[in-house]
Design a protein around this ligand. Structure first.
Ligand code: NAD
Length: 259
């Protein structure tokens, strides 16, 4: 076998990928990138119209995608979405746990139970049960699959004023390892991406404050925010056979911030 023959493939032809929270932001770029690599992609976001619109944008580029409504904080909603995804495309090989929310930065003493429940219901509970729903199907089919979870630098470092989001994302990182170990026997790989600052709707408000934005930029050795494509490239690697011996890892995509 020559080294050329052994080069890994990023080709996802014949695979189906579900990307949660993919109507915009990082999720949309991940969905487009996986579709460009050949996957049939399910955009699963809160709002059905927004999901369909995003899928239409991919279809206009000749890619294969559908948009479905899904609220990851409800296991029932995830089961329904999974059924529709299978109806449309057959087996789901890849799950990208991308849906996520945060609240404005604030000291722990000002956080309410409602805010805690809102963020944790989506970022931690939602991620947990979405993974459970698809892992069960991957186990039952005997075909295995690959999951990629969106954690965050805020779940690895301990920045002040993002306690609620940081705690949820630490949970995602922690569970990535446990899921990887529990599910390896069924051929399910579970890995995570930990972005630093990605210029999306999620951090726009925080960077409106010029002083904040300056401090943030100084903390990034590469002196630029991540593009959504930077995250999507790693998600593609973790979804494809190029990473077939990786499970339970967390890859930072942060321009050197956590180095
Ligand atoms: N932007 C960043 O700097 C950054 C950094 C690290 C990690 N992340 C993580 O990346 C992921 C994507 O973030 P983004 O910046 O693209 O955010 P975004 O706000 O642009 O997009 C989030 C998407 O999730 C969807 N969503 C929200 N609640 C949902 C629910 N209950 N069910 C299904 N979908 C839901 C939204 O409709 C939206 O389309 C999140 O998990 C986020 O925590 C983002």
């Amino acid at each position: 076998m020559s080294f050329k023959d052994q080069l890994p493939s990023y080709d996802l032809t014949g695979k189906c990928a579900v990307v949660t929270g993919a109507a915009g932001g990082i999720g949309f770029t991940v969905a487009g990138t996986l579709a460009a690599a050949g996957a049939k992609v399910v955009i699963a976001d809160l709002n059905e119209e927004a999901s369909r619109k995003a899928a239409d944008e991919l279809k206009a580029q000749g890619l294969d995608a559908i948009g479905l409504a899904c609220d990851v904080s409800s296991k029932e909603s995830v089961e329904k979405m999974a059924d529709l995804a299978e109806e449309a495309y057959g087996y789901v090989d890849i799950l990208i746990n991308n849906a996520g929310v945060t609240i404005d930065e604030k000291p722990i003493l000002d956080v309410t139970e409602k805010e805690w429940d809102f963020v944790h219901g989506i970022d931690l509970k939602g991620f947990y049960f979405t993974s459970q729903v698809f892992a069960q199907r991957m186990k039952d089919s005997g075909k295995g699959g690959s999951m990629v979870n969106l954690t965050s630098a805020a779940g690895i470092m301990t920045p002040m004023y993002v306690s609620v989001y940081g705690a949820a994302k630490t949970g995602v990182k922690h569970l990535t390892g446990i899921m990887a170990k529990e599910w390896a026997r069924w051929g399910i790989r579970v890995n995570a991406v930990a972005p630093g600052y990605v210029k999306t709707h999620m951090i726009d408000k925080m960077l409106e404050n010029e002083k904040n934005a300056k401090v943030v930029m100084k903390s990034i050795p590469m002196r630029r925010y991540a593009e959504t494509q930077d995250v999507a490239n790693v998600a593609l690697f973790l979804s494809s056979e190029a990473s077939e011996y990786l499970t339970g890892v967390v890859i930072p995509v942060d321009g050197g911030m956590m180095a």
